[in-house]
Design a protein around this ligand. Structure first.
Ligand SMILES: [Zn+2]
Length: 223
């Protein structure tokens, strides 16, 4: 059994980036844990009305159940502010969570993601998953959030791992739909239809009906 840790900035990133792969891993008998840096608040709505936070937390809980996640821990930091948050403090908090779960495989954002929160979390995750004696982490991968990225080689997402998600794409879309507060309509890249099309395009690129794409940042084989 493999212990998988997903380190994300926001609730719903795990679904958008790797929902089909995570659901597939759970079905294969593995444990998937998620550490989310930011709370369900959004900078678009600084003072949400009564019950809004509870509703959003319930939505995230519903998505976690649909994907079959073993546990989700939210660090409850305010979103769209992580680039001003002390880095060491963020790394320490994620490290505490990772130490508890002792993962074999870690997924996080792409370090070149255009969203500041995503980029900060990716950097923190790289620090947390740094190879050291006693670490169990043998694979470190980054996922993409569907949408535009700058055409700059330094930040390009160039996948070298594709996971077929033909049997779990519907699970991913069901989890995505449970985030009702974040609902987007087509052709927004995070709308369910665009996310499905994205998975089909990623799959077609490697001869599969549907896939999620990742960049393998490190793989370590121990004897
Ligand atoms: Zn996000």
């Amino acid at each position: 059994m493999t212990r998988i840790l997903v380190i994300t900035a926001h609730p719903d990133d795990e679904t958008l980036g790797a929902g089909g792969t995570l659901a597939r891993a759970v079905r294969a008998g593995n444990d998937v844990f998620v550490c989310v840096a930011c709370d369900v608040t959004t900078s678009r709505e600084p003072r949400p009305g009564p019950g809004v936070l509870e509703r959003r937390r319930a939505e995230a809980g519903e998505a976690a159940r649909i994907l079959g996640l073993a546990e989700v821990i939210n660090l409850r930091l305010p979103d769209q502010t992580l680039d001003t948050h002390p880095r060491l403090s963020l790394v320490k908090r994620i490290r505490q969570v990772a130490a508890r779960w002792r993962p074999d495989v870690v997924y996080t954002h792409h370090p070149g993601d255009p969203n500041f929160d995503h980029r900060v979390v990716a950097e923190a995750a790289l620090a947390v998953a740094r190879p050291h004696a006693g670490s169990r982490v043998r694979r470190l991968l980054s996922f993409e959030i569907p949408g535009w990225t700058a055409p700059l080689p330094a930040v390009a997402f160039l996948p070298n791992v594709h996971v077929e998600v033909v049997r779990t794409l519907d699970v991913k879309l069901a989890a995505l739909r449970s985030y009702r507060s974040e609902a987007r309509t087509y052709p927004h890249p995070r709308s369910p239809r665009a996310v499905r099309d994205w998975a089909r395009a990623r799959g077609a690129a490697v001869g599969l009906p549907a896939a999620e794409a990742f960049v393998l940042l490190r793989e370590l084989e121990r004897s």
